[in-house]
Ligand binder design. Structure first.
Ligand code: SPD
Length: 296
């Protein structure tokens, strides 16, 4: 994947992610910026979407559009795994994925493993509504550390749901997109378990998207991408990919679990989810049918 290019962030004005000859910008001002041990972390205040987070100049989340992403990555998995007692979130340092998971009363223990402590610290300080009550929920257990190593060291069949909420496959998140990592994720899932990951844009990052879906298919035997919108991300068009140990159970949300969360959702519903899985573009479907399994 080409390295994203980022302009130095001005104190105020347009703040852009620039990729492949296109810029995706918000008008606002930079509130804080620091280079951690892993990446450049930027917090902004934007006119339209409130406070937001960029990593290495790439948009991650913002207060008034984070639900597009977090509801989509969580509820297809949490509404369909056979059990949802033990959940692992790899990445997810802004807390939004954990927050949506913990809306499910069946979750008893959630481990979140985020590599960059500064992302957690600044999300708690500047974006508290995104993590919301997750940060103080007794079921929530945060480890600041390497999620790839965590998955490699976890016992077999130790989680019901594994969600990978990483950034783009450059820098610290690169290892979240390869076969060895997906194999570990499969190994640590219990029977009936469900795996979910963000799988990039079918437009702006088409090849990464295709490779990711294909690798997960090779590891799990099947996997399905689901398509939606995250307006601040490159092209605005995004995807999440789901797989499960025992078939395509993520396509069928359990009605009682869905009913318990849907009224609090802005985007996700069982109906939205059906459409989002069905919204696979024809060319992507063709490419996935014709591709051979990549090996890396
Ligand atoms: N290009 C953006 C990919 C970001 C995926 N993760 C977003 C973090 C939200 N919790």
């Amino acid at each position: 994947m080409a390295e994203p290019v980022s302009t130095p962030n001005p104190a105020s004005g347009w703040i852009d992610e620039i990729f492949d000859g296109v810029r995706y910008g918000l008008e606002g001002r930079v509130l804080a910026e620091q280079t951690s041990a892993f990446q450049r972390v930027t917090i902004i205040d934007s006119q339209r979407y409130g406070k937001g987070l960029l990593l290495d100049g790439c948009w991650m989340t913002a207060e008034r559009q984070e639900r597009h992403y977090h509801e989509a990555i969580v509820h297809p998995a949490l509404c369909s795994a056979a059990s949802i007692e033990r959940v692992l979130v790899i990445g997810g340092g802004d807390g939004g994925t954990a927050r949506e998971c913990l809306r499910h009363s069946g979750v008893r223990h959630l481990d979140m493993v985020e590599i960059d402590g500064l992302v957690v610290e600044w999300s708690q300080q500047y974006l508290p509504s995104i993590g919301g009550s997750a940060w103080s929920d007794p079921r929530f257990h945060l480890t600041v550390g390497d999620g790839i190593a965590w998955a490699a060291n976890a016992p077999d069949a130790s989680y019901d749901v594994v969600i990978v909420d990483g950034s783009d496959p450059a820098g610290p998140a690169e290892g979240l997109f390869n076969r060895a990592f997906f194999e570990q994720c499969r190994r640590i899932l219990r029977p009936g378990g469900v795996f979910a990951t963000q799988s990039e844009s079918p437009e702006a990052f088409r090849q990464v998207h295709l490779d990711t879906v294909q690798l997960i298919r090779a590891v799990f035997g099947h996997a399905d991408p689901m398509y939606g919108w995250v307006p601040m991300y490159p092209s605005g068009w995004w995807s999440w990919t789901f797989a499960a140990i025992d078939g395509r159970r993520y396509l069928q949300p359990d009605p009682s679990r869905a009913a318990a969360v849907v009224d609090g959702c802005e985007i996700w519903s069982p109906r939205w989810q059906r459409g989002a899985f069905d919204a696979i573009p024809a060319a992507i479907e063709r490419s996935l049918r014709s591709l051979h399994s990549p090996s890396a």
